[in-house]
Structures are given as C-alpha cells and as structure tokens.
Write a protein that binds this ligand. Structure first.
Ligand SMILES: [Mg+2]
Length: 368
C-alpha cells in the first residue's frame, strides 16, 4: 500500500458545503437566517417520531443540537432551554438544483471531479498546486454566484483532503492545506472518529484499546489491527491513519461501473427483504458483467434512508477480480452489515466498480 500511495500522491481539493440544507433554506427564505427560534431542517417528531435533524441554525447548534440527532431529542433539548422550534420539511429537489450549480462551477476549475454526495466533491488540483490563493478565490466565487459557504481541504491524497475539509470548517477562511509529507503529522492529533471510515462502533472499540487519536492508531502494529478488525478494515485503518491512500478519483469520463438499484414501494427495515434484494441485485450485476465480458475488483453499496434521504455509499476492494454473483453478494452484505443503522430504507443498490476485461484479469492473476 505504501508504494501505491507514493505513486498516486498528487494534489487534491475536497469541497464540502457548510450546513447544506439549512443554508439553501436560508437563501430561499432569508428571514429563516435571522429567526431567533431553533430552526431544524427535518420532519416534526409529532408526525414522524423517528425523524432526524439534517441540519439546523446556530441557535440550535448553540444548545447542542447536531445533525443526525433525532428530532424528538432535539425538541426536548429546545424545551429545556425554553426555546420554540420551527421544522422545515427537507426539499431535496431544491437542494439538488443548488448541488448541480455548484458542481458545474467546480468543474470549470478542474480537469477531473468526482462528486461524492449532494454537497461534496473531490477534485484533481495538480495545476494550481498547494497555493492558498486560488482556493480562497474559488470559495469567494461560490459564495458570490451561488450563495453557499463551502469548506476546502487541499492535500496530497483524496482521503486526507476530505479530512482537511472537516478541519477547514473550524478555520476563519474555511481552507485547510496539508502540504506534501505532512499528512501523518496533520492527522496525528485528530480524534480517531475523524478518520474516514471510523463510525461510532469502531470508535468505542478503538478507545477501549487505548487508541483515542489518529496518531495513536498510526502507531499500532498492522498485525494487531488485522487481528482486531479483520484483514480489509485492519489494513485500511493502518494505512489511512498515517495518511496513505491509494485511491484515485473516478471522474465522469473515466467512470465505468455496472449497478442495480431498487426503490422500495414503502420504506423498509425488514432485514429479510433487504438481504434478498441485495442477492437479487448481485445476480443482476453479475449477469451484466458476464454479458459484457467484464470482471470487477470493487463492490459497492448505496443505501438511502427513508425519512432523511441521507444517502450512504460504501465500497470494498475485492481480493481478486470477479464476475461471481456469490462473491458480489457476500461483499455487498458485509458492507451493508457495517453501514446500515437498521432505520427504514428507501433505496438500495449494488454496484460493481474497477472494471476490466475478463481475459486481462486472468493473465494478471498469474504474475501476482
Ligand atoms: Mg456538508
């Protein structure tokens, strides 16, 4: 992994919109921005008991209301502070329009952009290098033309650039630059939870092992992490903690994958229904790979929750290229078990990525 990281180190810029949903709502209705009440973009818990806060205003954040918190708990918190709550129903179509405008603007500044979510994108930034000024200028342009405040992380790998964009949110100019060779030092003081791919459960396990910062994690022997977290995730933690990242950007032009998606007629948390849908999708993807004479070395899932529309994608590098439905289904199921919070799902998808002709893969399998 070390060699691969060195080969792909470059200059990457990660863009993340600050409080996207609330910011768009406040642009559309400026009085919301000045509202002294707690403003939550999310559904009213009296109607939707399991709704969560997507984003909120600063009044809400000041009393500890955070994104992802249940709106019922947020309402109780507001009551305890004697504050009134306004619920704004999320309008995904409107956020989508802002997102498209943002991505179009960003594309004018990079030869390669990979959209990561509605409000995040990773870009090849090699041409401009590690200079602060072009990034600050782009940020100003976004603010002026679209009205959105964004945070930028600039780093030698896409992974570190993403984490830098989180740190950027706490900085005055919302730009965080990690120079070449400084990734490990930049990551070391951050909480392990800040590492991409470490969720609440992994955080608890890591802390129980006495690992609280990314720097602590970087010092653990690979064998221990593999023993504790399995081969794929253990190796990932080991490499990522020191800033190594062999991923490259998949731009729209180079993008090639085969996927199957399904929107449930009713949001479902029925595990049997979900597992059987994943198996069917893996079979579908496998058949289409075979029809095209392709194999994949990555399997990914996409899952969208019902109430919040929060969409999650996760991918897994396979040990060897394959078109086997069983292997794809097992990979997708493993990702799903880790990602799914058991809340009702609106949409599920399985995708095969990193495709190549089947024959080339067989030849490559021998020398390695
Ligand atoms: Mg964001």
């Amino acid at each position: 992994m070390g060699t691969a990281a060195a080969l792909t180190d470059g200059v990457y810029l990660h863009c993340d919109v600050d409080k996207m949903y609330f910011s768009v709502e406040a642009l559309e209705a400026p009085e919301l921005a000045r509202d002294p009440r707690v403003v939550i973009v999310g559904l009213d818990p009296r109607e939707y008991p399991r709704a969560v806060v997507t984003t909120s205003n600063s009044v809400a954040r000041d009393i500890g209301i955070t994104s992802g918190m249940s709106t019922a708990i947020a309402a109780r918190t507001a009551r305890e502070h004697g504050l009134e709550v306004v619920y704004v129903r999320p309008r995904h179509a409107v956020y989508g329009q802002y997102s498209r405008r943002l991505m179009e603007l960003l594309r004018q500044h990079t030869p390669l952009l990979e959209q990561r979510s509605i409000d995040e994108a990773a870009m090849d930034w090699t041409a401009a290098g590690f200079e602060r000024e072009p990034v600050v200028k782009l940020r100003t342009r976004i603010l002026e033309q679209i009205g959105l405040s964004v945070s930028f992380g600039l780093a030698p790998t896409p992974l570190v650039a993403k984490m830098a964009s989180e740190v950027a949110k706490t900085l005055a100019d919302h730009v965080c630059i990690v120079a070449p060779g400084e990734s490990a030092a930049f990551l070391a003081p951050l909480s392990v939870r800040a590492l991409v791919g470490v969720g609440p459960k992994s955080e608890v396990r890591l802390r129980a092992m006495g690992i609280s910062t990314i720097g602590d994690l970087a010092q653990q022997p690979l064998t221990l992490l593999v023993e504790q977290f399995g081969s794929a995730y253990g190796r990932y933690l080991h490499a990522a903690a020191s800033g190594q990242d062999d991923s490259t950007l998949v731009g729209e032009h180079a993008y090639k994958s085969i996927s199957a998606e399904h929107t449930f007629a009713r949001d479902t948390a029925d595990a049997r229904e979900i597992w059987s849908r994943i198996r069917a999708q893996a079979r579908d993807v496998s058949e289409r790979l075979r029809a095209e004479g392709l194999v994949c070395s990555e399997v990914a899932i996409k899952l969208r929750y019902g109430v919040t529309w929060i969409t999650i994608t996760r991918q897994l590098r396979l040990g060897a290229p394959t078109d086997d439905a069983e292997v794809l289904a097992a990979g997708a199921a493993a990702l799903m078990r880790k990602a799914w919070t058991r809340q009702p799902i609106r949409l599920i998808g399985v995708r095969a990525g990193k495709l190549e002709p089947a024959r080339a893969a067989v030849q490559l399998a021998f020398p390695s």
